[in-house]
Design a protein around this ligand. Structure first.
Ligand SMILES: [Zn+2]
Length: 188
C-alpha cells in the first residue's frame, strides 16, 4: 500500500476512481479524455484527495494509469472487432485477437449503478462518498468502478451523465493519475 499525497489535478474530461477503484489494477477505474488531448475547459480543479491504495504499474496497465497526465482516458482497443477491453490484457476476450492498442476515449460515461458509503473504512476521505460503476460512452460494456466526485451524493442517480477527471498521486513507484468521474454539465 502506498501513501498518496493530497495533491491532485483534474483535466479536460478526466475521470477519477475512488478508494475501491484505486485499490489495485484489478479494480477498474475509468475516466475519459478528449481525442487528441483537447481539453474541455476544466483545469486544475482541486479536490481533497482521499487516502488510496495505488495500483502497481506494469507494462500492460501503465498507459491506463498515466494517460491522465495528458488529461486523456485510454482503453485498450481491438482493431479486429473494434471493441474496447478493460482491464488491459494481451488477448481480446471477444475474438482472441492480439491486434490491440491503447486508444483515447472521450471521457464521457454514465452511472450504471452506485452506492453511498457512510462508513470510515479507511482514513482520509470525507464521508459520505459515492462508489459507482460507470459505463464508458464509446462501449457501454466497458465498466469501471470509481468514485463520483464534485457532487452532493444525494444527487447521484443511475443513468447520470458523467465525465472523467484525474487524481494525481506522486509515488516512488511511479506517478499515477486515477480516473474519477463528476457530473457532466454539458449533458443532462
Ligand atoms: Zn476483438
Amino acid at each position: 500500500m502506498r501513501r498518496p499525497p493530497r495533491l491532485c489535478e483534474t483535466m479536460g474530461n478526466g475521470s477519477v476512481a475512488n478508494h475501491p477503484a484505486a485499490a489495485s489494477e484489478r479494480a477498474p477505474t475509468g475516466c475519459d479524455a478528449e481525442k487528441s488531448g483537447k481539453r474541455s475547459g476544466l483545469s486544475d480543479l482541486e479536490i481533497d484527495a482521499p487516502f488510496r491504495m495505488l495500483p502497481e504499474l506494469n507494462g500492460s496497465s501503465h498507459f491506463f494509469w498515466t494517460s491522465g497526465e495528458r488529461g486523456e482516458l485510454m482503453f485498450l482497443h481491438c482493431r479486429d472487432c473494434d471493441g474496447l477491453i478493460h482491464p488491459p490484457q494481451p488477448i481480446c476476450p471477444r475474438d482472441h485477437s492480439k491486434d490491440l492498442e491503447p486508444r483515447v476515449v472521450s471521457g464521457r460515461a454514465r452511472v450504471h449503478t452506485f452506492t453511498i458509503n457512510h462508513q470510515p473504512w479507511m482514513p482520509g476521505p470525507e464521508l459520505p462518498y459515492v462508489v459507482a460503476i460507470i459505463e464508458i460512452e464509446e462501449d457501454p460494456s466497458v465498466r469501471l468502478m470509481t468514485n463520483i466526485v464534485n457532487v452532493d451524493p444525494g444527487e447521484v442517480r443511475i443513468g447520470m451523465p458523467v465525465r472523467a477527471l484525474f487524481e494525481h498521486h506522486a509515488d516512488a513507484g511511479g506517478d499515477v493519475w486515477i480516473p474519477l468521474f463528476e457530473p457532466d454539465p454539458e449533458r443532462r
